[in-house]
Design a protein around this ligand. Structure first.
Ligand code: SF4
Length: 210
């Protein structure tokens, strides 16, 4: 203890915007993608610039695949990832994320929503890799196979678990948005325009002084 106290800050006002958005891990860290799927060297710049230019803070969600399988993995499809074990893993992440959403919301911040990744069997929102092509047998070693992915209009496993948790907590106003990781999963520019509409909209509420 010292009696030489510095000047006490007499206000709790600070520079924060009070707005934040949760985004899929690989949108900020392209190194998390399955090899062959990273489309930019570090991050999806168009999205990150858009978010920061509008004074919205970024919460980077954990990557469910890297935290389960590690960073060196083959790409899989929803048929494989939909196991009870991977679902439980996704549910755990979803619960922790929803705790985070809740604590910010309970303290007067605006959580705009989640930005997911279309095409991913895990994080897809509108479209996910669901199956291998019809010539594949689910046998043998992966190096004997060269499957083509089939995309379907379905959510990824993590998105399903996250939406279930959001619903369970009654957080009806949280938006689910997405950006495709491959062209087969949708139009990047259309989805980015959708996100832009939401982000540039007037904040729902001003951050109240605490
Ligand atoms: S889409 Fe989801 S699972 Fe795939 S790399 Fe990105 S964060 Fe990980």
């Amino acid at each position: 203890m010292t009696d030489k106290l510095g000047q006490i800050k007499d206000t709790v006002d600070d520079a924060r915007s009070g707005r934040l958005i949760f985004i899929s891990h690989c949108l900020l860290n392209q190194n998390a993608c399955v090899r062959g799927l990273a489309s930019q060297p570090a991050a999806i710049r168009e999205l990150i610039d858009l978010i920061l230019d509008n004074d919205v803070a970024i919460y980077q969600m954990p990557c469910p695949e890297v935290t389960y399988y590690g960073s060196m993995r083959w790409g899989q499809v929803k048929k494989q990832y939909a196991s009870p074990m991977f679902r439980k893993h996704c549910r755990n992440i979803a619960e922790q994320l929803c705790d985070q959403v809740q604590t910010y919301r309970d303290n007067d911040h605006e959580v705009i929503g989640f930005v997911m990744r279309d095409g991913s069997p895990t994080c897809g929102l509108l479209r996910s890799a669901v199956e291998a092509d019809e010539n594949q047998g689910w046998v043998g070693m992966v190096w004997n196979a060269s499957p083509l992915q089939r995309f379907g209009e379905t959510k990824g496993v993590f998105t399903e678990e996250l939406q279930a948790e959001v619903e369970r907590r009654g957080m009806k106003d949280i938006l689910f948005l997405s950006l495709p990781e491959v062209a087969e999963a949708g139009s990047f520019s259309d989805r980015l325009a959708e996100i832009k509409k939401v982000i540039t909209k007037k904040p729902q509420q001003q951050l109240a002084s605490v």
